[in-house]
Design a protein around this ligand. Structure first.
Ligand code: ATP
Ligand code: ZN
Length: 283
C-alpha cells in the first residue's frame, strides 16, 4: 500500500481545525508542535506540517499527495491543483477597503489609485475583470497601515470582523473573493484508493457536523404532524413508550435550520426533546 502524504499548516489559523478533522476521521498520530512530519499509525499516511504558503506548490509538484489550505492561498500561488472537498472552516473574505473620508463610491473610481495588498495576483485579476487600471503595491504584512502612511489610497486584505479596518480609519468598499479551507490533490491524476478512502471519511465527518441527532416524545395523536417535519436519513424511527398513548421519535435534523425546526416540532406537540451531536454519517 502506498503511504500518502498530506500537507497541513504547521501553526496558524488553519492548524487546529486541520488536525481536528484528521483525528475525527479516526486517524491516530502524534501532534508535537516541534515536529515537521508525523506518521499516522492506523492508516498509510504521513502528515507534513508546513507554512500555508508552501502547501499549494507541494501538492502541485506531487511532493505531497494532499493538502489543506485556504482557497485565497491556492489562487494567489496560481497553483494547478484539484479541489477535492471544501472543508467549511477558515472562512474569510478578501476585501478592498478605503479610508473613511474617501469619496470613492464606485469600482471605476479606483482607476489611477494605488492599492496595497499581500494578494497581488488576486487583486490584479479582480481589477482586470472590472476594467480598472490601478497600481498594485505588494506588501507582505500590516497592509492596513498603508493609507495612514500615505503609501496607498486603498488596501485589499482579508477582513473578518472589520475591527482592524476600523482602528485604522478604513471602511470596507468591495468584496474581491470569499475563501475557506479546501482539501486539494494533484491535478489530473486518478484518485488512489487510499485517497478515496480518506475522502469518504472526511465527507462523513462533514455530513455529521451539519446534522444533529434528535430524540423526542409525542402523543400518538400528534405523531403524523411531527413525523412530517422530520426527514431522517431514510425516515424517522418510532419507538413505543410504556404509556401506550405516546411514542418516542428518533431522527436527524440539519444544523442550518435547527432552531426553526425545534420550534415547529414543539408547536406540533413534541415534548422532552433531546439533541445530541453525531460523530459520523456513513453514506
Ligand atoms: P503561515 O505561518 O502558515 O504562513 P499565515 O500567517 O500566512 O501562516 P494565518 O494568519 O494563519 O496565515 O491564516 C491562514 C489562513 O486562514 C488564511 O490564508 C485564510 O485562508 C484563513 N483565514 C481565516 N480567517 C482569517 C482572518 N481573519 N485573517 C487571516 N486569515 C484568515
Ligand atoms: Zn502564510
Amino acid at each position: 500500500m502506498k503511504t500518502l502524504k498530506i500537507a497541513i499548516q504547521k501553526s496558524g489559523r488553519l492548524n487546529e481545525k486541520s488536525v481536528e478533522i484528521l483525528k475525527n476521521c479516526g486517524l491516530s498520530f502524534e501532534n508535537y508542535k516541534s515536529s515537521l512530519i508525523s506518521t499516522v499509525t492506523n492508516f498509510p499516511l504521513e502528515i507534513l506540517f508546513l507554512r500555508d504558503d508552501d502547501i499549494p506548490e507541494y501538492v502541485q509538484d506531487g511532493i505531497a499527495d494532499l493538502g489543506i489550505v485556504g482557497e485565497n492561498v491556492i489562487v494567489e500561488a496560481g497553483a494547478e491543483v484539484t479541489y477535492l472537498q471544501k472543508l467549511g472552516f477558515g472562512k474569510c473574505t478578501l476585501k478592498i477597503a478605503i479610508p473613511n473620508e474617501s469619496q470613492i463610491t464606485e469600482i471605476a473610481q479606483l482607476g489611477g489609485t494605488a492599492i496595497a495588498t499581500s494578494y497581488p495576483v488576486i487583486l490584479e485579476k479582480y481589477l482586470k475583470d472590472n476594467d480598472v487600471i490601478a497600481e498594485v503595491r505588494t506588501i507582505s504584512g500590516s497592509v492596513e497601515i498603508g493609507p495612514g502612511l500615505g503609501l496607498s489610497d486603498a488596501i485589499c486584505d482579508i477582513v473578518s470582523t472589520g475591527g482592524t479596518l476600523k482602528s485604522n480609519g478604513l471602511k470596507p468598499f468591495s468584496e474581491v473573493m470569499k475563501s475557506e479551507a479546501i482539501l486539494i490533490g494533484k491535478e489530473g491524476s486518478n484518485l488512489l484508493p487510499e485517497v478515496q478512502e480518506l475522502l469518504q471519511r472526511i465527507r462523513s465527518v462533514l455530513r455529521a457536523k451539519e446534522t444533529k441527532y434528535v430524540v423526542l416524545n409525542v402523543a400518538k395523536t400528534n405523531l403524523k404532524k411531527v413525523v412530517d417535519l422530520l426527514p431522517g436519513v431514510k425516515s424517522p424511527t418510532v419507538v413505543p413508550l410504556f404509556d401506550e398513548e405516546w411514542v418516542a421519535v428518533h431522527s436527524v435534523i440539519a444544523e442550518h435550520d435547527f432552531w426553526e425546526k425545534i420550534n415547529s416540532l414543539k408547536a406540533a406537540g413534541a415534548e422532552g426533546i433531546v439533541v445530541m451531536p453525531i460523530e459520523k454519517i456513513i453514506a
